[in-house]
Design a protein around this ligand. Structure first.
Ligand code: IMP
Length: 430
């Protein structure tokens, strides 16, 4: 049995969807432990592109696909995703399981997410506007509503009656909106969802732990990335959950010693959507070239992603924060046309101080200290064996591995399943 965690080592969009899909071949179950439909996991196969927002990528391989208690669920968006998959003849009903204690994204969460961003003005986080932050805020404030709360209409109504006055007060007096949320309207909409949701609901901690006891292989699919983690990311420009591997324990109800491997996914360069610090960001034509070559546009919102060189300081930090046992490097093909490629190994502050870790607060601009590597200047997508990779690419990988203190178990040179090289399968599955 192997329980493998797949985590993003940067700011998300590292290619987790593709690699989870690839690794799912050997898995019996795939589980999401945090986030909601803010995620955008792109998977390509059979000449089709699937973008999954909430449902784990395992569903495309007909494996048990679990949305754990640590995730948040927007029913309307979930049903749209289920319908899309059904239209593609993917038997979602047979495989999808959702924790009955996952929290619901409510209409006021979506609205408050957008209104708060407006109020923040230039300081906006750049959220996906899906209501994720406000849903987690209410969960921690004990004002949230869980999926199981829909099973008892009286109880659900009472929860809403207790919660809505405060929401309406905020709406009217703080946000100055001439609108009110009605208990009746929300009851009609959300209680109507329950019949459709019920067949998927269960105690997913029990389900996962039983599977572990039976010796099954399980993948835990992280969403977003390490530096969007609410505790360890570039706060406040983060998402509202624990994206790190540590989030699996609380978000799926699984003990830490059950997780045998942690595979960190890192893009061969760096991208970020939304606001916040990004030391290696390239605001010039090189950044633009990376964006074009890598088709770096958000899978959820379509926003252009900010692009920059590989940041070894951050990925090394990520290896530590997640207990990463091996790394997968993705999108190497995007660098095929570069004559030289840079890696940031530390940062320098304006007063000359050198940083070898990303500091938690830095008001000044940090200048990355780069080392430069020769590019390989040839196409790599067709390559299926490690030994056939260009020597310059192999030395780029070796240098990354050295700088971040992690071995490389997987290499991705394109979006398709076949465009994956596995030099070290033993580092992934026991
Ligand atoms: P939220 O998760 O919608 O609250 O957004 C908070 C921050 O996380 C914003 O910078 C978003 O752009 C970013 N974010 C959320 N989900 C993803 C994702 O799947 N990929 C990359 N960035 C994300």
């Amino acid at each position: 049995m192997t329980c493998v965690a797949i985590v993003g080592t940067q700011w998300g969009d590292e290619g987790k969807g593709k690699l989870v899909d690839f690794l799912t071949e050997r898995a019996d179950m795939v589980a999401r432990y945090q986030g909601g439909n803010n995620a955008g996991h792109t998977v390509k196969f059979q000449d089709k592109t699937f973008i999954l927002h909430l449902i784990p990528s395992g569903v495309l391989r007909n494996k048990v696909s679990v949305i754990g208690n640590g995730a948040v669920v927007d029913p309307a968006s979930l049903f749209a995703e289920i319908d899309e998959l059904k239209n593609l003849d993917i038997p979602v009903e047979a495989h999808l399981k959702i924790s009955n204690t996952a929290h619901l994204v409510m209409p006021y969460h979506r609205l408050f997410d957008q209104l708060r961003e407006k109020v923040r003005g230039d300081e906006k986080v750049g959220t996906t506007g899906r209501g994720i932050g406000p849903t987690y805020t209410d969960k921690v404030a004990r004002s949230g509503i869980r999926l199981i709360d829909l099973s008892d209409p009286n109880h659900f109504r009472k929860r809403l009656e207790a919660i809505l006055p405060e929401k309406n007060c905020l709406l009217r007096y703080y946000f100055q909106e001439n609108k009110e949320f009605s208990v009746d309207e929300i009851c009609t909409e959300y209680l109507g969802y329950y019949e459709q949701l019920e067949p998927y609901l269960c105690d997913t901690s029990l389900l996962i732990n039983n599977a572990i006891d039976q010796g099954q292989n399980i993948l835990f699919e992280g969403a977003q990335g390490t530096f969007l983690d609410v505790d360890h990311g570039t706060y406040p420009f983060v998402t509202s959950s624990n994206t790190l591997s540590g989030g699996i324990c609380a978000g799926c109800g699984v003990g830490p010693v059950k997780i045998s491997k942690v595979v960190g996914i890192a893009k061969a360069y760096t991208t970020r959507v939304g606001s916040g610090p990004f030391p290696t960001e390239l605001l010039d034509e090189t950044g633009e070239f990376l964006r074009t070559e890598g088709a770096e546009f958000g899978a959820t919102t379509g926003r252009p992603r900010r692009c920059g060189w590989f940041d070894a300081v951050m990925v090394r930090q990520s290896v530590r924060l997640n207990g990463i046992t091996s790394l997968a490097i993705t999108k190497l093909d995007v660098l095929d046309k570069f004559e030289s490629i840079k890696i940031a190994t530390s940062y320098q502050a304006p007063d000359g101080r050198t940083y070898t870790e990303l500091p938690p607060l830095h008001n000044e601009t940090l200048t990355p200290i780069y080392e430069e590597h020769p590019g390989w200047l040839c196409p790599t997508r067709h390559i299926t064996e490690y030994d056939q990779l260009p020597a310059a690419l192999i030395s780029y990988l070796k240098r990354i591995s050295e700088l971040v203190n992690a071995s490389i178990s997987l290499i991705s040179v394109g979006a398709r399943r076949e465009e994956t090289i596995v030099p070290n399968p033993n580092l992934i599955w026991v």
